[in-house]
Write a protein that binds this ligand. Structure first.
Ligand code: ZN
Length: 389
């Protein structure tokens, strides 16, 4: 079976031309990018004036290409398919830059998983959106344990609180905390925003200025493998966190998602446990490329409840209001693999698009968490042995 992304569909003239454009763009920038020995600022400046792009864009493209060269497996994929445009390549570099100087073995692990994530496994698969690619990369770096001594030193040197001017009379605030603190703050802000019907930024400002209080009880929903020693965990609405942070969050209630996967209900309304499984499997709305978090989506009965469709993970998919409407209006429909949650969307004009679930319970992510957990457990054991001897 030939596997390919829709952006590379060999039978689609638009996809073929777009691929050729991406390829030429990629080859062009690879050829003209400043060499490592060149004066970087001047080279980017002259490239910018000659191409009409901004200096910033020219710098971002250049950095993205050097970053890709550090990821040989991902680069090999790109140079086979030419499927990644510069906005996605820049995203890869931007997220990995957060790690600073990355040890070779960390880069190798990230490259392996990124290449696996980006390899199409079905014909007509939809390329991950920039947002979902960023989420994936954030997950990859979240589970990398930096050397803590080094990290503390960096924290002391760089103030992680700063303000910056923005456009239209606005200004920004950037702060950094340890994961656990940020998760708690984020939950409080989200709750307060919901409670007072405000945007999150407004809620944060009013909380800090003492104008409102969040009295809501904060509940964290964490997905984590229970049978694995150093498993990373996924916090709903936040993303992946490291095993160390997860170890320090003590659940007040646990539910078994393996059982939830198999549960069925007579009711039309999805019971919370089945809903938690569907959200954990899907991650986001199942319309290819949509980024709406699954917890804000409706649970669509693939086969109508009135036609005997079960209220169970195997017959429910997360769809945001907008894409639920498209399905209800009959412009597209889907079939779903009940075991993996994979979905094929079928359109009126005969085209199809293939969508994989993105959540922590999706088979690919469960496998990844297993691999990461094993690697981290092995690293912990090796460190302990060094300390003991
Ligand atoms: Zn959607």
């Amino acid at each position: 079976m030939d596997t390919y992304y829709v952006v590379n569909d060999p039978k689609d003239p638009i996809a073929v031309r777009a691929t050729e454009n991406r390829k030429q763009d990629y080859l062009f920038w690879n050829e003209v990018k400043p060499g490592l020995e060149d004066d970087f600022d001047i080279s980017c400046h002259t490239l910018a004036t000659r191409t009409g792009l901004s200096e910033r864009r020219t710098r971002d493209i250049t950095m993205a290409l050097y970053r890709l060269a550090e990821l040989p497996l991902t680069m090999a994929l790109q140079e086979t398919y030419y499927f990644l445009d510069f906005s996605r390549l820049i995203t890869i570099d931007a997220v990995l830059s957060k790690l600073g100087d990355i040890p070779t073995e960390t880069l190798e692990r990230i490259d392996q998983e990124l290449a696996r994530y980006l390899t199409p496994t079905r014909p007509g698969q939809v390329l991950p959106s920039n947002t979902n690619l960023r989420r994936k990369l954030n997950g990859l770096i979240a589970v990398e344990n930096p050397n803590t001594e080094e990290a503390e030193e960096t924290d002391a040197r760089n103030d992680s609180y700063f303000t910056y001017p923005s456009f239209g009379g606005k200004a920004g605030l950037a702060v950094e905390f340890d994961e656990a603190t940020l998760i708690a703050i984020d939950e409080h802000v989200c709750k307060a925003a919901e409670e007072h019907n405000l945007s999150k930024a407004e809620a944060l400002a009013k909380m800090l200025l003492g104008e409102i209080e969040s009295r809501a009880k904060v509940v964290l929903h964490m997905y984590r493998a229970h049978d694995l020693e150093a498993a990373p965990a996924f916090i709903r609405g936040f993303g992946w966190i490291s095993p160390d942070t997860a170890d320090n969050l003590h659940p007040t209630q646990t539910r078994n998602m393996d059982l939830a996967k198999e549960m069925e209900s007579e009711s039309y309304v999805t019971p919370p446990l089945i809903g938690a499984y569907v959200e954990g499997r899907d991650g986001v709305c199942r319309w290819p490329g949509c980024n709406r978090p699954a917890e804000t989506c409706q649970k669509d009965h693939r086969i109508d409840h009135s036609k005997g469709g079960k209220t169970a993970g195997s017959n429910l998919a997360s769809l945001c209001q907008h894409h639920h409407n498209i399905k209800t209006d009959g412009g597209a429909f889907y079939i779903m693999d009940p075991h993996t949650g994979d979905i094929v969307w079928l359109f009126d004009d005969g085209r199809w698009e293939y969508d994989e679930p993105q959540g922590p319970l999706a088979p690919k992510n469960k496998n990844w968490a297993l691999t990461v957990g094993q690697a981290i457990a092995a690293r912990r054991a090796a460190a302990k042995e060094r300390n003991d001897s």
